[in-house]
Design a protein around this ligand. Structure first.
Ligand code: 13P
Ligand code: SF4
Length: 380
């Protein structure tokens, strides 16, 4: 299909809102040799009506079409700041697209090219489980001095819970500021749903003791904790984790240091505490990129984060050595669901007047989730 054909198809047609429409049968074959050209044609046809946001963990074939690439914080900011694009195609995972929907205007439509791009960590805290936890904290008389902080990697319902109860969202790039802010408002933090980011920030950034943190297991009565453990804790960590970052181990670090003299270990704060504690640098995906970009030629880095990003860094910084910290392949399978066929399908559908895979958060949830997101965006 040529650019003019696509432009003609797009003219004067009302978009049929088909939330969650299936792309079965219509998905271009990954082997289609004209796929990149189809993407270019569809992108040009959409022009300024569309903005494509791409998280750093996206495949190379997808990220090349992103107008803005970034970590979760930068992409949330980009969504909040751009009110011009009618369509925001989010190349990332579901919770990111939800946040973009909440932060954009009601007229803008956020599209996730594959609805199966979820996040196992976000699924580890359901709204019912978190409400049950809050009821238990209320019964113990500590909820009124507890500030909930939820990692961006959570559903809109959890963000709404946080907004309703005086808390804020955080990302890996501002968790320290968010937790400091929370301690200026209350005595205790309920940190959802990533125990590792919560623990790493509390201990390594805020200087708390490991014993100040307790782990709330949502599958056990009262989180598996005694009244006293809850009352004396400063941080109640939710028992959630990232299955990708959870794989990096102390053994990986020991082997790397033994085999590669001069190597520096650079990891994401979703890694386990012992891994982060024994690394040289820790930071969000944006910070990981900046650290390598700013390092002198000849530096050697072993990076503990998702493999698409590490491969991109190795290809981009050829004057440095960028290694993957683990020996085994470690893609995020849900991030990887957004591939070029899905992006082409979503863009061509929009050009031809079909609104597909719209992510639209229910209005009351969006209202309270926005409170928590805006508290994050306003952090100093
Ligand atoms: P950041 O890009 O904010 O560091 O987040 C990493 C991540 O796991 C996103 O799912
Ligand atoms: Fe979720 Fe981990 Fe994948 Fe990020 S890398 S989307 S936290 S599973």
């Amino acid at each position: 299909m040529s650019l003019s054909d696509l432009l003609l198809l797009g003219q004067g047609q009302d978009l049929a809102s088909e939330r969650g429409v299936s792309c079965d049968g219509a998905l271009p074959a990954a082997s289609d040799p004209g796929l990149v050209q189809r993407a270019q044609v569809a992108r040009a046809a959409l022009g300024a009506r569309a903005m494509i946001l791409g998280h750093h963990y996206q495949r190379e074939e997808v990220i090349q079409f992103a107008d803005i690439t970034g970590d979760s914080f930068k992409l949330a900011q980009a969504a909040a700041e751009n009110s011009a694009a009618e369509y925001v195609l989010f190349c990332g995972v579901h919770f990111m697209a939800e946040s973009a929907d909440i932060l954009t205007t009601p007229e803008q439509k956020v599209i996730l090219p594959d609805l199966a791009a979820g996040c196992s960590m976000a699924d580890m805290a359901s709204a019912t489980q978190v409400e049950d936890c809050w009821k238990a904290l209320t019964k113990l008389g500590v909820a009124n001095t507890t500030i909930p902080i939820t990692y961006m990697n959570s559903t809109a319902a959890i963000k709404a819970f946080t907004g309703r109860n005086g808390g804020a969202v955080c990302t890996s790039s501002n968790a320290e500021r968010a937790m400091s802010w929370a301690f200026s408002k209350g005595e205790k933090i309920l940190f959802l749903p990533d125990q590792h980011l919560g623990r790493n920030t509390a201990v390594l950034k805020l200087g708390l003791d490991l014993s100040d943190c307790v782990l709330w297991n949502p599958w056990k009565p009262q989180g598996g904790l005694t009244d006293q453990e809850i009352k004396s804790a400063k941080v109640i960590l939710w028992r959630g984790h990232c299955s990708v970052h959870g794989r990096f181990s102390l053994d990986n670090i020991a082997q790397m240091r033994a085999q590669v003299p001069g190597v520096k270990i650079l990891v994401h704060p979703e890694c386990q505490h012992e891994v982060v504690s024994n690394s040289d640098v820790v930071g969000s995906t944006e910070m990981i990129i900046k650290t390598i970009a700013d390092s002198p030629s000849g530096s050697i880095w072993a990076v503990g984060t998702e493999l698409n990003l590490v491969s991109r860094l190795a290809a981009r910084f050829t004057d440095k050595r960028v290694l993957f910290l683990d020996k085994t392949v470690c893609y995020c399978s849900t991030m990887n669901r957004i591939d070029l066929p899905h992006l082409v399908w979503a863009m061509e559908s929009l050009v031809s007047g079909r609104l597909v895979n719209r992510i639209q958060v229910e209005s009351e949830t969006a209202q309270f989730a926005k409170v928590a997101l805006e508290r994050m965006l306003a952090l100093p």
